[in-house]
Ligand binder design. Structure first.
Ligand SMILES: [Zn+2]
Length: 259
């Protein structure tokens, strides 16, 4: 299983598995693309039901194993309803690891940070399937990532994976065919758009407070201003910082800037 959804999704996930002829008790390995509450909500329960191992990147481990620590450091409004329990991580994974799924099948781990430091994506090569968690921003949606350049590098890394035919992203409906790579290109173009919007607003009023800058950028993007939560403010601040470093060059052309 890749990620476990939110605490209230137990029936939806359980019933779906039953429809496919399987069940929660059969889960053998639960891989967390990252630690955020909406991805680990049911993890403790699924582990209890199935005895599965839980895998995650080292940089996400502490927020999975201590949800209070996560809440202190990243207090999202819906946190308490999304996750109730911490879960022990049994297996720490890193870029390039192959997770053996039996029957000669394996899942490849790609470290794709940016949305969070330890975000991973998973490639199922035999089916050309990619599970990307929150690594691919939604074009036109609310931008949520902690680091602009690192997110761009991760998108470029995903684009370089050959033979993908299906994309399972937490923010999109399942995507198939050539739309898989298109979705990544759209994400990159959207990040560039946000970057330019931040640059523009920042040029008009260079010392704007983070919240105010975020409101103006969201307005420019056509996104309701009431969605300007602290995590979005963090993203816009990350763009402001990136604007000071990109020397006006397109994000996709930058190999790295101090990372
Ligand atoms: Zn997330």
């Amino acid at each position: 299983m890749v990620d476990s959804g939110i605490a209230s999704a137990r029936e939806i996930i359980g019933n779906y598995l039953v429809e496919t002829g399987r069940g929660l008790p059969e889960v053998n390995l639960l891989v967390q693309t990252h630690s955020h509450a909406d991805h680990i909500g049911l993890s403790a329960e699924i582990k209890k039901i199935s005895g599965c191992r839980v895998a995650a990147h080292m940089a996400e481990k502490s927020w999975i194993e201590d949800i209070e620590e996560q809440y202190r450091q990243r207090p999202t409004p819906t946190f308490r309803s999304y996750v109730h329990y911490s879960t022990k991580v049994d297996l720490v994974v890193k870029d390039g690891d192959l997770l053996d799924l039996g029957d000669g099948k394996s899942l490849k781990v790609l470290h794709t940070p940016g949305h969070s430091t330890g975000s991973i994506s998973l490639v199922f090569p035999s089916d050309g399937a990619l599970f990307s968690g929150d690594a691919i921003p939604v074009a036109g949606g609310l931008p949520i990532y902690a680091d602009v350049f690192v997110t761009v590098q991760s998108l470029k890394k995903l684009k370089a994976v050959k033979g993908l035919q299906a994309l399972f992203s937490s923010w999109h409906d399942p995507i198939q065919g050539e739309k898989v790579y298109q979705t990544m290109d759209e994400a990159l173009a959207y990040m560039q758009k946000v970057q330019e919007m931040v640059r523009q607003e920042n040029a008009k009023a260079p010392s704007l407070a983070s919240q105010e800058l975020t409101l103006r950028v969201l307005k420019g993007l056509g996104i309701p201003e009431n969605l300007a939560s602290p995590i979005v403010v963090t993203t816009i601040e990350a763009h402001r910082k990136a604007c000071q470093m990109d020397e006006g060059r397109p994000l996709i052309e930058l190999e790295s800037l101090g990372h």
